[in-house]
Design a protein around this ligand. Sequence first.
Ligand code: HEC
Length: 179
Amino acid sequence: MKGKTPMRLTAVLLASAALILTGYPGSAQEADDDPNIAVAYEEDGRYFTEDDIPTYNVAEDGTIDWRTYSGFRRYHSECHVCHGPEGEGSTYAPALKISAMEMDYYDFVDVVVNGRKVVSSSENSVMPAFGDNPNVMCYLDDIYVYLKARGTDAVARGRPGKKEPKSDVIREDENACLG
Ligand code: HEC
């Protein structure tokens, strides 16, 4: 029995290190089994978990859903200047590919809508509020699912390849949102 505890501790520490480094400890298969990630249903080209939270979908041939592709583009026009390319983080702002995995969806949305400010003697970090910016608000779920796909590495770095076409409903909702 002696000697077992340190071994286990090492395993736990390694697992935590993996979580910090990659954002998600498991394989793509484990991501498929995670209820916070796994697709429970699809509606007009949009994918959701069993809790009705937006999620990404990668088909067997590697085709990604439209929202994940759109999120890649929107993230890189609105967020990457502070948060770094592909959700990897920067010295100034956190790695959102990890935030998207660890934060509750509604908390994530709340921070983007209302912003967040940490000002102290040692820190001055500001997340702007995007609540009035349609180029962010109309694509927030897209950005969120893209970052989740980055968190599990379901989508590799760089411009995604094959994508599903934009559905009519997504197009209509987008036009209505942009006004
Ligand atoms: C001007 C720089 C800047 C831009 C642009 C920006 N952010 Fe941030 N964001 C920050 C900073 C700095 C923080 C950390 C705030 C803090 O310390 O609480 C942050 C925090 C966040 C958090 C909370 C992360 C966590 O783990 O707590 C989320 C979510 C977030 N940003 C999403 C976004 C999204 C989505 C976009 C693009 C639409 C975006 N941000 C654009 C600077 C920025």
